[in-house]
Ligand binder design. Sequence first.
Ligand code: ATP
Length: 482
Amino acid sequence: MSAPVLLVEDDISIAVVITTALEDEGLQVVRCDTIAERDRLLNCEHYSALITDVVLKDGDGIETLPAVKDRQPDIPVIVVSAQNTLDTAVRASDTGAFEYFPKPFDLDELIRAVTAAIAASEPEIHPAEGEEHTELPLVGRSNPMQAVYRMITRVLRNDLTVLILGESGTGKELVAEAIHKLGQRSQGPFVAVNTAAIPADLIESELFGHEKGAFTGAFARHIGKFEQARGGTLFLDEIGDMPMQAQTRLLRALQSGSILRVGGREEVPIDARIIAATNKDLAPLIEEGRFREDLYYRLNVVPIMLPPLRERGEDIDALARHFLAKASREGLPRRALTDDAAALLRAQPWRGNVRELRNFIYRLALLAREDLIDRASVQSMLAEEIPTPAPSLGSPTPPFSGASDLETALARWLAANAPEPGQIYAKAIAAFERPLLTHMLDTTGGNQLRAARMLGINRNTLRKRLDELDIDPERFAARTRS
Ligand SMILES: Nc1ncnc2c1ncn2[C@@H]1O[C@H](COP(=O)(O)OP(=O)(O)OP(=O)(O)O)[C@@H](O)[C@H]1O
């Protein structure tokens, strides 16, 4: 889904007509009726298009378009006006407005113009497939990843702050790099800082730099990461682990748009796009007073949620092929997987997400005896694995003694995902249903009738659930063929 369309229209009946028609097209609409409100909204969120009236209570919708372009330079603008004069049309085209519609206008034509403008302004992103080198280094075509790609396209033509959330190993840094490489600051540097890895007493000087003599040991002026990222992107990783004092300094810097080197007096303007990431669930940290709520709102302008690998099992084949190809380019033997070996990979929980899968595939590439890796090789390699601890994005795993494996898994899942009260049943059932169905299909070699019988449910119910969860039973069929 595209970003919402911003509609600036003070005639309520026209606004309702346009909004309804756009919503019928599956577009979201945010409406306001003044220039001031328009600019405030543009400061806070990215919009896919602007439809604006000309004569508004606090100004002229065309004359003030430069303020729109300052905020979102590439936003397509469509002007609708009751002043059907040539002058209005000329002024609209002078400002680079995409289309001009004198009132009364043909609603269908207006909607067509809006959808065409949105399509023209959204760059297409093609995920990498297998070993092809395409513009995006991210592999995976599952629905959850498509949603990630759509979010990435929304931030390429602006400098809005992005907060990337997701368990460890889901590809947060890769997404940050993609935004940098494909965005308007790609000519500048990409500077990544792991805020959890820097000792608390050094973090401010690392981020903001220090002047000579600012503290014992500051023998020379040091340029911090903010300044190193000038003209480019600053990636603040593990932001949930940042010490409180540094959070306060970071917030002040983001609010003022400038930084102060430690021991310095001169404010240095920030000229970098900020992307932050964390594998922690920030809500409980805020509640416990360990993460500043106001900083969270500053950073969370555009959130991008990276799904764990277990929720996009259909990406595992492409990722495995991608890493095998990569390993062979890096000098390891060239290997391939049989279909049933791939099916076994899909059935694993991959708690360490793509990172764990990548490491596993590299080990396979290095240690497998045959170039065609079969199910038995994968199985024996899996048997040697040290289980990865439960993923983060939540509070630590509670001690749980005397419970069955399933109870332990459930307790871990609850601790890691902390579903909202009132949603626990639905979320827990949904989380356990996918691995259960995947396991049964894997056991029956994709035979839905047998799987349904073993589960004790109707075959149509199973088929419906597989559809809804986007699980392709065909993928498990290979096992019976071999
Ligand atoms: N969609 C993907 N396509 C290809 N490679 C991926 C993908 N997602 C992750 N990877 C690879 O998996 C590894 C882990 O990714 P990355 O370091 O970006 O994860 P992360 O979420 O930032 O982890 P952490 O929270 O532990 O810092 C990297 O080698 C990365 O290149």
